[in-house]
Structure formats: structure tokens, C-alpha cells
Design a protein around this ligand. Sequence first.
Ligand SMILES: Nc1ncnc2c1ncn2[C@@H]1O[C@H](COP(=O)(O)OP(=O)(O)OP(=O)(O)O)[C@@H](O)[C@H]1O
Ligand SMILES: [Mg+2]
Length: 511
Amino acid sequence: MSLLEITNLSHTYGEKILYQNEALELFKGEHMGIVGQNGAGKSTLIKILSGEIIPDGGHVVWQSNIKLGHLDQHGVITGDCSITEYLKRAFCELYTLEEKMNGLYEQYASTGDEKALLQAAKYQITLEAREFYHIESHIEKVMNGLGLSVIGGNRLISELSGGQRAKVILAMLLLEEPEVLLLDEPTNFLDKEHVLWLSEYLSAFPNAFIVVSHDYDFLEKISGCICDIDAGKLRKYTGKYSDFLKQKQHLSEEHIHRYLAQQQQIKKTEEFIRKNIAGNNSRNARGRRKQLERMARIAPPSASVSKPDFSFLETTGSSQEMLNVKNLEIGYNYPLLSLQNLTINRGQKIVITGFNGIGKSTLLKTLTGQIKKMSGDFIFADTVRLGYYEQDIIWESPCQSPLEIITAYYPSMSTKEVRRQLSRCGIKSEHVMQAVSTLSGGEQAKVKFCKLLLSPCNFLILDEPTNHLDALAKEALQDALKSFGGTVLLVSHEEAFYRSWASQVISIEKI
Ligand SMILES: Nc1ncnc2c1ncn2[C@@H]1O[C@H](COP(=O)(O)OP(=O)(O)OP(=O)(O)O)[C@@H](O)[C@H]1O
Ligand SMILES: [Mg+2]
């Protein structure tokens, strides 16, 4: 029985048609991955499913009274309670039941009312059956799995970073166990270990889910079917992600083959008509012309999307020792991590791993001067020209367009050149003048890259740069980093991204 039935779905933004008369079904317990290029309409689909966006046309019918849980690609929650208090709300129904039960026990104690005792006993059975007495260990398990325990259950939500808040929302959803989970790029906020934990958790998840992701390994582990959004079409494939890739390749080859065969037939027929329309064979030629007019034309294969070009501008001149760290202690009000000795030399491409959950972004923020060190020292060589890619996507003026943003940074650049630079980073011309906050996650990341690529540097510090990027863009970034002659310091949860080019992976332990 289907939990969800979508028919004739259509949605557009201005001139851009995201989908037209599309259909999709989700069945009970089905584990669906949603894939597609940046800007294909994945997040929009999730928002349509959660009711946040009303589509221009079509029907989205959920089974009645279904409970949905939704994690947005940019995860936002507010609140002045602690993490644990927030997570306990997943079980508020059971806490209310406990209160009622305690009230009834008290009533019995003071009045001797047997009915109250019986009712209290019924509530007790329900609470036990729903594992009320294991809530705390359940919360702890999920907090551990997602790396929230290291932050501490008592920390206030208002003190958390964007990524940490997203983890809290995700933890809440997993604890609530809704009938359908809708997750938009949940791995963006997680470390390698947490991605692994989440993939195992989701594989064993008894209910249905729809998860958007660009992470090949993650999708391969969690999905039992794939919904591919490509050129305005939604198409469901059964099987794992690798099965989908094979099937899609096969279908695409078959399509090209059929299209070319039909084109050849059309050409031949047109040739025949041209030669014979005025001669003895005119009747035959006219017949063929009719046939040609009635022929159902196979659409040309969609033009392949070109790969962005993320090559960095390198400055000349650098020193042998680019960064020297000595007894550096970093943190906020309290120390998070200390680094005794670290030297990074010219041309080294270093990946930092280790200390789950907190610390890596803080280290990069300390090195780039965003936050103050607690004690110790770090010194960059005088010749160092830093290029920093921050994990969070935050715009000072979200209403500014990509064109305005880049022009503000590089005022001497002509509009034509800014457009060219945005285009080589994969920003389509129709998005150049649009408010940056209305661009998809991947499109926004590409604008950030454009800004970075235009300032010459010899030392790149990159914090989770693959978040939001589709497969082609990730490949482009990988190529650019491989051929970059300068120094690189990278934090990334995707080993497949850096395995082939990193010169050293340094694992740093938490203090
Ligand atoms: N409010 C809006 N106004 C105008 N265009 C929009 C708006 N929201 C989304 N779009 C456009 O619709 C397209 C689909 O956006 P969506 O966020 O669904 O993409 P996505 O598939 O999730 O991409 P990504 O992989 O980058 O997250 C994008 O090109 C985006 O720029
Ligand atoms: Mg998206």
C-alpha cells in the first residue's frame, strides 16, 4: 500500500520548469534516496512533501494521519533549553502519561480509590511497553552516534553552531521515529564516524524514509530505491545506488541509440520525399510526408552538463615552512583541543581527522583569525596568502545576487567578466541576478567558490568544501586541488574525495 502518491506534479520558478506532470509513489517501509544535479529540484521536492511549499500543480497525497519528520538542508532551530531537554520533547506524550499516572497513584494513596489504581496500572503497562524507562539510554545512544555527547547534553541550543543544531534536529527526528523521515543532505553536518553510524541506523530503520544526498557511499548503504530528478523528470529505480547508476547508463545509451536510429530514418525519408515529390513517385512521397508528420519524435538526449572549473589562482613566492604550530590551545570559554607541534611545509596537502564532533572547524577558525586562540602559538610564514573556505554558508546580504556579491569583492572587474567567472563555477545565467538565498545549496556553494577562486593564494584552508556539491562539481574540485601547486589544509568527512591526492592525513586526538 502506498504511503505517498504524487500525480501530475508541476512546479516552476519564473522561467525555470522544475517538474511538469510528474508522478512518484512511496510504499510502507521503503528506503528512498533522491539524487540529481545541483538545482535539479531535490530540496524543493522535499519541501513540497513536507507541505512547506505548495506546488503549482498536481496532487501530493499522503496516507491519512501520517506522521512526518523533516530535516531541512540548512537545519534551523531556536531555543534556550539544553540539548537533553530539547531531545526529551520527542517523548513528551509519554512524560505526560507518566504525570497522569503519578497523579492517579497519589489519588489512590489519599482516597483509596481502586479505579484510580487500576487506571494507573494500565498507564504503567503502556509506559513499559513503549520503553519509557529506557528513554535516557536511548537518547544517549543517538547523541553518541551523532557526536552530540562530546558537546555535552547540558549545553544550550542557543550556544550551538549551525552544524551542531542540525545534529540536534536530526537526533530529535530519529528519536521520534516518525512513519516517514524526510532528510535533506543529512551528512553535511557529520564527521566520517557519524555518517557511518547514521547509515547503519537508517538501514535498520523500520519505517520509510526519503533522503537527499550527494554522497555515493552513504547512498549505497542506505537506499533500497532511488528517485532520480533529471531534466525535469522524476524517475524511480528499484535497487541500490550502484544498480541505479547502471540502469541509468543503460537507459541513456538505449535512448541515444533509438534517437540516432530515428534521426537517420527521418533523414532518409526526407531525402526520398525531396527526390520524388515532383516525379512519378509523387503519391508515395506524399504518403511518406504524412507518415513523417505523424511520427512520434524521440526527444534528443539532454545535453550533458559541463563540469565546473574550480582552478585556483596561485601567487608566486612561498617559504619552505608555511605554518608552525606550538602548544596551541583552542576553544571558546573552555579548551577544546591542544596541538603540541605541527609544521606544514610548502606544497603539502594535509587532511585533518580525529576528535569527533567538535574542534576541527574551531581549529581552522582559529588559524584563519575568526576566533581567538586560548594559549600557545601559531605562525604563518610572511609569504603566506591564505584562501579560506568556511563550512557554513552565511551571506551578509541574502538578498544580493551572485553578480552583486562578486562585483562587491572585485569592483574593478567588468560585469561581463563576473558573469564569465560565475559561469565557469557552474552558475547558470538565469541565476546570476537572483537573490543568493533563493539559490539551491549547491548553487550557493558555487558562488562561494567563485569568490575564493578569484583571489590569488598559496595556502588553502578548506572546511568541508564538498558539502552541497553534486558529483560533477566534486570531481571538478578534486581536479583543481590535485593541480594546485600551493599548500592545502583540509577538513572533510568524505575520504573518497581526498584519498587520491592528499599527501598526509593527520589524526589529532582530543584532550
Ligand atoms: N524561492 C526561489 N525563487 C527562485 N528560484 C528558486 C527558489 N527556490 C529554489 N529556486 C531554484 O530552483 C532550483 C531548484 O532548487 P532546489 O533547492 O530544489 O535544488 P536542489 O536539487 O536541492 O539542489 P542542491 O543539490 O544544490 O541542493 C534551483 O535552480 C534554485 O535556484
Ligand atoms: Mg538541495
